[in-house]
Write a protein that binds this ligand. Sequence first.
Ligand code: HEC
Length: 468
Amino acid sequence: MAGAGSGRIARIAEAAEERTGIAAALRHSVSHTIPGGSRWVYVFGSALAATLLLQTVSGILLGFYYVPSVDHAHTTVAYIQKEVALGWLVRGVHHYGASAVIVILLLHLARTVLWGAYRERREALWLAGITLLVLVMGFGFTGYLLPWDQKAYFGTQVAGGIAASVPFAGTTQMQLLLGGKEVGQATLSRFFALHVFVLPLVTAFVLALHIRFFRRVGAAGAAVEKSERLKRRPYFPAQFTRDVFASILVVAVLVALSAYSPAVLGPKADPGAEFVPRPEWYFLWIFEILKVVPAFWGAVVLPGAIVLGLAMLPWLDRGPDRRFRKRLVPIGAFGLLAAVVVTLTAAGLIADSRDPKIQAQHAEARAYLDEPFEPDEIGRKSGGAIVIGPPPAAFTANCAGCHSATGEGQIGPSLRGISARPSRTVDDIAKLLVSPGAFGLGEGMPSFEKLEEEERRAIAEWVASLPE
Ligand code: HEC
């Protein structure tokens, strides 16, 4: 019987392959060769693709709960972090994943520069890669605002100021970016749309081009005098195994980071508060430059020139001989740029660590993270998801004095998670409001006989929907 079964499965697989060609496509995708064979330093491209995939998956999961409104963005992120099952992990992976994407992309880029791998018909491949660098920075920039905490709000305000510093069209630039004269709902909606619709679409397209071009021109391989003399070795399985290992390592590191150092979320943005704006670490070097250079030159012209210079590398550094010692000028220039950026980043981190105000901000954010989830206006839970909305007016008027607006205890006990307890269904609670004594409650809890039946019902439904 087993033999007949597996024979049938094989026939179905064969028929499916005939119609889809998926197995052939998969075989083809690992069928290329590498001049000089596999190396650990070649893993960054695959690791980057894997991390981008992880960002997509974790981003979609965050989207199941996140609400891009100034009233609810912060609460939904706090809810994900503190209440949703494994929410801390999903948010942590997405948070640290963003940094991982940048780090791996820069390693991938540095490797390509050192090996001169943009040469020999790889200009289009290289340009697509540089475009990906800019897109990834765009993800970091727009994603930073979405949690709508203090650092998000004030950091983005600085970005608005930078846009405003552009000569002639500054105000227009700023209004285009922020959707108004200051950071507000329009900014959040705009950044959200860019972060989840525009950038992923464009990135998927450019990544597809990047991979397509790579397939066309092939791996550059070892940096030698004449690469065509190198023996070509198959990508599969030696390099494939390394790539898979590196990708798994990235995931493991992200999970470990999320567990041991949860992604920080500060208190909700308060435009009236005083706050020293700080960017994500990968923009810190620009902030350092802005301490001495005007915004437009430091944050627009200079990064623009760096990107342009990088983009032009294949035309500045050409020729077949890719050995390091034959390419000291481009490698030296790139090394100098890297050293300056790393030094500025380190200087920024050290300055921050010595600034009592910034340290106090960090401490406040960490303390907020440890506080229990405060539902704000969100309290209803329906089928595992949260429903946005304030408590019914009748609850605020009649019950909030003793049970608090979020159902937490005050004079009366906490009502949160109450529907999980015996004889506390919606029906029970509605009846309990008429005769608390019948449900074993003492004098402290008054009767609400005088309320309309419908009001009691609305109150009971809301109370029963409160999460733990
Ligand atoms: C004057 C203060 C006060 C007000 C107003 C009040 N409660 Fe209470 N409530 C209490 C106290 C005290 C208890 C605990 C009674 C006991 O356990 O003996 C209680 C208990 C409860 C319980 C049972 C909790 C449990 O642990 O099973 C529910 C449900 C409840 N209240 C709902 C409401 C709702 C809904 C309203 C508004 C319509 C409301 N209460 C208004 C003081 C109040």
